[in-house]
Write a protein that binds this ligand. Structure first.
Ligand code: WQD
Length: 341
């Protein structure tokens, strides 16, 4: 009998790719999602990729009653991967209360039900945004966190503290936070990928929508940073590599291999890539001439960050494998599939 994993936010970008990898690893999956930033058709696409249809429960996880009902309906959940959260940095500045209410109450409701039902394992979607602009690079897990640049980033830092404090007094509960760097790309089948509603905030979907003719040109936010080509540097990780890290983390918890009942890991490639490098690589691998202009810096952006992945590679026995080139090709293939190009 397959072990059942609850994936909250499982019709979202990283969640859907993780559902695929969980099913490929032999797990049964139930998705809980409120569909506020994703579409139910993603469940069909997952089934098309793996041949298995995950169960789906439309759930507002920030609502305690709905969350309790979810757990009382699926009493055979053995572990949880929690993605469901609002995640637009700029929007969080305009709507702080909605972000704190949704992102924090969702996690608290999940932890409360884990305690009530003795569910021992939780993997949490955290973010390198908790490091702010690091004083030294690359960042390791020992790099001190810094005050977040946005309410979104703050919900991630507070969520880590909630798990740490909760695990401190609930030794039977084990949590792993994965601090993502910048997830990009799409599944090689081009059946699932990143599908931002409205104008994309993130770089790669803006690039692919510009290449598809939906956007006039890409604005590169700032070329006056203290970097080799003046544009900001990030650690771009392939979404399938990132999804596989979640399967590794879940197995670590289920097999009780963890060293402490609250752990966190940097999940990146260890390589810094500038905006301009990414734009040029996209044009090289796709043959598409991408119109772009240099614009002023975007408020809240940090200058440069990339991961030291030594600890996660060694301790998790996981590493990112896919190149930026193949990742950008997968993003473009997905965009063309969505737009029927
Ligand atoms: C990357 C670089 C921009 C758009 C955020 C969150 C992180 C995670 C990913 C949710 C920056 C530049 C972007 C554009 C540009 N969030 N850029 N033109 O801000 O590093 O990370 O999104 O999961 O937690 O902090 O990602 O893709 O928005 O920006 O020049 O149209 O691309 O200035 O330097 P970011 P991003």
């Amino acid at each position: 009998m397959s072990k059942k994993i609850l994936v909250t936010g499982g019709t979202g970008y990283i969640g859907s790719h993780t559902v695929v990898e969980l099913q490929n690893a032999g797990f049964e999956v139930v998705i809980a999602d409120n569909l506020s930033n994703s579409k139910i058709e993603v469940v069909d696409a997952i089934e098309k990729i793996t041949g298995q249809r995950p169960a789906f429960e439309k759930t507002d996880l920030s609502n305690a009653i709905e969350t309790r009902d979810l757990f009382d309906k699926h009493t055979d959940i053995v572990a949880i991967i929690h993605f469901a959260a609002f995640k637009a940095v700029g929007e969080s500045v305009q709507k702080p209360l909605e972000y704190y209410q949704n992102n924090l109450n969702s996690l608290i409701n999940i932890l409360d039900n884990m305690r009530r039902l003795q569910i021992a394992s939780l993997v949490f979607s955290s973010s390198c945004t908790v490091y702010g602009q690091p004083d030294h690079l690359p960042v390791t897990e020992q790099t001190p966190r810094k005050p977040a640049e946005s309410p979104y980033g703050n919900t991630k830092a507070i969520s880590e503290d909630v798990m740490r404090d909760f695990c401190q007094v609930n030794p039977e509960i084990n949590c792993i936070a994965l601090r993502y760097f910048n997830p990009i790309g799409a599944h090689p089948t081009a059946l699932i990928g990143e599908l931002p509603l409205g104008v994309p905030n993130n770089l790669v979907p803006f690039i692919t929508q510009t290449a598809a003719g939906l956007r006039k040109e890409l604005s590169i936010f700032g070329d006056d940073y203290d970097t080799p080509d003046g544009t900001a540097i990030r650690d771009y990780i392939n979404v399938v590599d990132l999804s596989e890290a979640h399967v590794v983390a879940i197995n670590r918890l289920i097999k009780k291999n963890q060293k402490a009942n609250y752990e966190f890991f940097n999940v990146g490639t260890g390589q810094g890539v500038s905006v301009m490098q990414l734009v040029k690589t996209f044009m090289e691998v796709t043959g598409v001439n991408l119109p772009y202009t240099i614009a002023p810096r975007r408020a809240g952006d940090i200058e440069k960050i990339w991961a030291d992945t030594t600890f996660s590679n060694k301790e998790l026995g996981w590493e990112a494998k896919k190149t930026v080139e193949e990742t950008l090709q997968s993003a473009w293939a997905w965009e063309k599939n969505v737009r029927g190009i």
